[in-house]
Design a protein around this ligand. Structure first.
Ligand code: ADP
Length: 314
């Protein structure tokens, strides 16, 4: 039986960061200290899984010179790249860091794909499923792909007994959990839960009620609602678990949801107990917030922080 995690990013990017002391509009701004990194939620997941030394590979679609750059960066860190390569150019996402902590972002939509490319991707994905035990699917869909692509991927995985963790939002998340075959786990934050049930939640008690009673969560084995500094609330089967985490020194919280998904994937792939899966996931989420780099943890701190997470059945 295969024992590898496949992390999917359908619309990866090169994330460019421009630190500029003072951004001036309608004129030239010069920048010297540029960083360019392969970005995308699934790539963050893959990097953290890799840091935890679990077998992992990455897929999705990429193309053009930007695609080549992403591919090369993954090769440089030794991450297996199994993307479908397309003729269209992948995207750049630009973050301008300026004027005492302000962040102005310019995000390209990325390539528009054809219906034929969707079929091609599904064939490609179907092949990859033969080599893996668990798939994580993160982020939004590229333009041109049907909104139920994730639902089709979940179905294809179910037919091969491959577990799926789906971390998306909006229509692709709703479609991804609406069919007969469900992902094993979803990891919405509070905002995404509110979108799914069509209303804002009042408090933790309301969230508990919704998780146990709303039909939309019925067929899902795991729903892990991450709550930022307040840890998480999880429904596993019909049991609820409250996960609490210590107060930590946050350096950069971007990518902590993805790092949490990485921890969930690793814990489940290693057949850890339910409380330990949740602790692993909170630990990777926390460790990511303690690093400057997005989708990155210091694995040497893992045991120390794992021991500080508590899980209580409610
Ligand atoms: P998302 O990025 O998907 O909105 P969260 O913000 O809920 O996800 O963060 C995911 C996990 O990362 C949390 O459950 C927690 O373990 C950790 N985390 C995030 N923000 C903080 C914080 N301010 N302090 C401590 N841990 C955090």
């Amino acid at each position: 039986m295969p024992n590898k995690i496949l992390a999917i990013t359908m619309n990866p990017s090169v994330d460019i960061s421009y630190p500029i002391d003072h951004l001036q509009l309608d004129t030239v701004n010069r920048v010297s200290n540029v960083t360019k990194t392969a970005g995308g939620k699934g790539l963050n997941v893959a990097r953290v899984v890799y840091q935890l030394q679990e077998p992992v590979s990455t897929s999705g679609v990429l193309g053009g010179t930007i695609g080549t750059f992403i591919s090369q960066q993954l090769a440089d860190i030794g991450l297996q790249e199994q993307f479908l390569h397309i003729p269209q150019e992948s995207r750049n996402c630009i973050a301008i860091l300026h004027d005492d902590g302000q962040q102005t972002e310019v995000l390209e939509a990325g390539p528009t794909l054809t219906a034929d490319q969707q079929v091609e991707f599904m064939d490609h994905f179907d092949q990859l499923l033969n080599e893996v035990s668990l798939v994580t699917i993160s982020g939004s869909l590229p333009r041109g792909f049907a909104v139920d692509l994730y639902a089709d991927m979940v179905e294809a995985a179910a037919k091969k007994d491959v577990k799926v963790i789906l971390d998306s939002s909006g229509a692709s998340l709703a479609a991804g959990i609406s069919k007969e075959h469900k992902p094993l786990l979803i990891k919405p934050n509070q905002e995404e839960i509110a979108q799914l049930v069509g209303r804002k939640l009042n408090d933790l008690a309301d969230l508990q009620h919704v998780l146990l009673n709303e039909e939309v969560f019925g067929g899902l084995e795991w729903v892990v609602v991450s709550l930022g500094k307040d840890g998480a609330l999880a429904k596993v089967g019909q049991e609820l678990y409250r996960v609490t985490i210590p107060k930590i020194n946050v350096v950069n919280p971007v990518g902590s949801g993805d790092s949490t998904v990485a921890g969930l994937a690793v814990g489940i792939n290693r057949h850890e107990s339910v409380p330990d899966v949740l602790k692993t996931a909170m630990t990777t989420g926390m460790l990511n917030t303690m690093e400057k780099e997005t989708g990155h943890i210091d694995p040497t701190l893992f045991d120390e922080y794992f021991a500080k997470v508590s899980v209580e059945k409610i």
